[in-house]
Design a protein around this ligand. Structure first.
Ligand code: PMP
Length: 419
């Protein structure tokens, strides 16, 4: 078998993982915001592991830290052990993230995926409150394990597998009534009316920007209302920052400027900074109720991930400069997307900061534009209930020139289709 040929994948890899067949190449190396295929072609990466590579591919400083750790026979797998790598990560997280925000949260390392962090968060809330109902929102995405899937809005993701909603009640997200009423008022009415059938919730779980759901943005006042309603109802507020966290929206947490204080936060994707698997739940000490082994997992707390995660915090979050770079790049992305929106009738910009996209009205059109962009050397995917949103998740470190080059490819693809 020639490893540079795609046929092995179509022959042997499950159809459930057939996304990559749309990217008709075999990738062999990656650096910064670019990937190279086996035929030597370079592609600009606007997918970046779906927000898992906020600091780009193979960042040299993170790579050096990892190589040094391995070279010194540092612990790779330290299940049930304290390790120096874990201590150093927790110290850096406390210093650069928690203390400056006055957050007292404890860190719970979960299984190494976003879904597992969400499972843990839901279980903690249920145990802490003694309740089972969880309020989640339309178009939310929280992962594909049974609990997280129940909280996920789009029924497509349940895959016809018979997964039940398992104690989750769905409510309309901000803007769902499209100008015909405030969905926080609706939630409040449902909570206050015994006849609504809405059981007192253990938690309200939400994304501040819905990544998979089409880059829907919750407003600051809406988030504050929801936080108040959670408090009044005796429910914990869980912010799922798996995709929107780690700088994607311009600040480390997506809720940093929202005036809310979530009881639980989930992180995964970019927390390791290097594409290594890591899941993390932040929980206020008063809700740190799980006993030993109540939520365990063999691969929780991977030490290689701790090493790169710590290096990422120290490199990118020790000063404010990185955040200024993000906002400048976000403006470039917005300008490029506006050009596309001007080409497509009724197109709409979505998302915020570096979690941005354009709704072009149909999945077929969005898919066509992305496929043409790939032919021209840009890796990009869609999101939204009908895949109608072209979504840019470029690494936050993408140089301005590369960002502009990628946007130009996308604009060219959109022009092709519009003509
Ligand atoms: N929560 C959110 C907000 C996500 O975007 C995702 C993944 N797209 C998940 C949870 C699940 O993460 P994972 O795929 O690592 O299980």
């Amino acid at each position: 078998t020639n490893p540079s040929e795609v046929s092995i994948f179509t022959r042997r890899e499950s159809d459930a993982r057939s996304y990559c067949r749309g990217f008709d190449a075999v990738f062999t190396s990656a650096q910064g915001s670019e990937m190279t295929s086996s035929d030597g072609r370079r592609y600009i990466d606007f997918l970046a592991g779906c927000s898992s590579l906020n600091y780009g591919h193979n960042d040299p400083d993170l790579k050096d830290a990892l190589i040094a750790h391995i070279q010194a026979d540092g612990v790779a797998h330290g299940l049930d052990m304290h390790t120096d790598a874990k201590a150093e990560f927790i110290t850096a997280f406390e210093e650069h993230i928690l203390t400056p925000r006055g957050m007292s949260h404890k860190l719970m390392f979960t299984g190494p995926t976003g879904a597992n962090a969400v499972e843990a968060a839901m279980k903690i809330a249920r145990k802490a409150t003694g309740r089972s109902n969880i309020v989640a929102f339309t178009n939310g995405f929280h992962g594909v394990t049974q609990g997280a899937l129940a909280a996920t809005g789009n029924s497509y993701h349940r895959g016809g597998a018979g997964t039940t909603l398992n104690g989750v009640t769905r409510m309309p997200y901000d803007g769902y009534f499209a100008g015909c009423g405030d969905t926080a008022d609706f939630l409040e009415a449902m909570l206050n009316d015994r006849s609504s059938g809405l059981d007192a919730p253990a938690a309200i779980i939400l994304e501040t920007v819905q990544g998979e759901g089409g880059l829907n943005v919750a407003s600051r006042p809406w988030l504050q209302r929801i936080a108040e309603l959670a408090k009044k109802a005796g429910a914990l507020l869980i912010i799922d920052d798996v995709q929107a966290g780690c700088g994607r929206t311009g600040t480390f947490f997506s809720f940093d400027d929202m005036g809310i204080s979530p009881d639980i936060v989930t992180l995964a994707k970019s927390i390791s900074g290097f594409g290594l698997p890591m899941g993390l739940v932040l929980v206020k000490p008063e809700y740190d109720v799980m006993g030993p082994a109540e939520h365990n997992g063999t691969f929780r707390g991977n030490n290689h991930a701790f090493v790169t995660a710590r290096a990422a915090l120290e490199k990118f979050w020790a000063s404010d400069e990185f955040q200024l770079d993000i906002s400048r790049r976000a403006q470039l992305v917005e300008d490029g997307l506006q050009t596309i929106a001007d080409l497509v009738p009724c197109a709409q910009l979505k998302g915020r900061s570096m979690m941005r996209g354009v709704d072009v009205g149909s999945g077929a059109l969005a898919g066509d534009i992305c496929a043409r962009a790939f032919q021209r050397g840009l890796i990009i995917e869609t999101s939204g209930p009908e895949d109608e949103v072209i979504k840019i998740l470029a690494p936050l470190t993408t140089p301005d020139e590369t960002l502009k080059a990628g946007l130009d490819i996308l604009i060219g693809a959109a022009q092709d289709v519009a003509n």
